[in-house]
Design a protein around this ligand. Structure first.
Ligand code: ZN
Ligand code: MN
Length: 129
């Protein structure tokens, strides 16, 4: 929660409910998932409010945007460096904490100074198998 305060976002009760749902959440929810959850507490909340709050957080570095699911943009409140594994059937995304020691071959760097990577694994989860 503390890191959200540092983003300088004005914390309305609705926004607090969104932050509360995201805090420690490892399910990598889409904007729609967040909306469905927070709507239970604030039935008048619009999807636009949820989406705009998520985007405001993302642009301030409080949330990561994941593009591993081609169907929906997914959000990750864990901004520490880690990787992801997605189920191709149900689109469940789980965290992968490992150091893969991957690198770009020298002749393909084209002068880039490489500062990071994000590895996306895909497969079929236990429930779907
Ligand atoms: Zn699955
Ligand atoms: Mn993650």
């Amino acid at each position: 929660m503390e890191k959200y305060r540092e983003t300088g976002l004005k914390l309305t009760p609705q926004r607090l409910a969104i932050l509360d749902f995201l805090d420690g959440n490892t399910s990598h929810p889409s904007a729609e998932d967040v909306y469905q959850e927070v709507k239970k507490k604030f039935p008048t909340m619009s999807f636009a409010t949820v989406y705009n709050t998520l985007e405001a957080l993302r642009s301030r570095g409080g949330l990561l945007e994941l593009t591993i699911d081609p169907g929906r943009k997914r959000y990750d409140p864990n901004t520490e460096h880690h990787h992801h594994l997605i189920c191709l059937n149900c689109k469940k995304i789980v965290d992968v904490h490992a150091d893969f020691k991957t690198s770009v071959p020298e002749e393909q760097k084209k002068g880039f100074q490489v500062i990071g990577n994000h590895v996306e694994f895909y497969g079929i989860c236990l429930e779907c198998n």
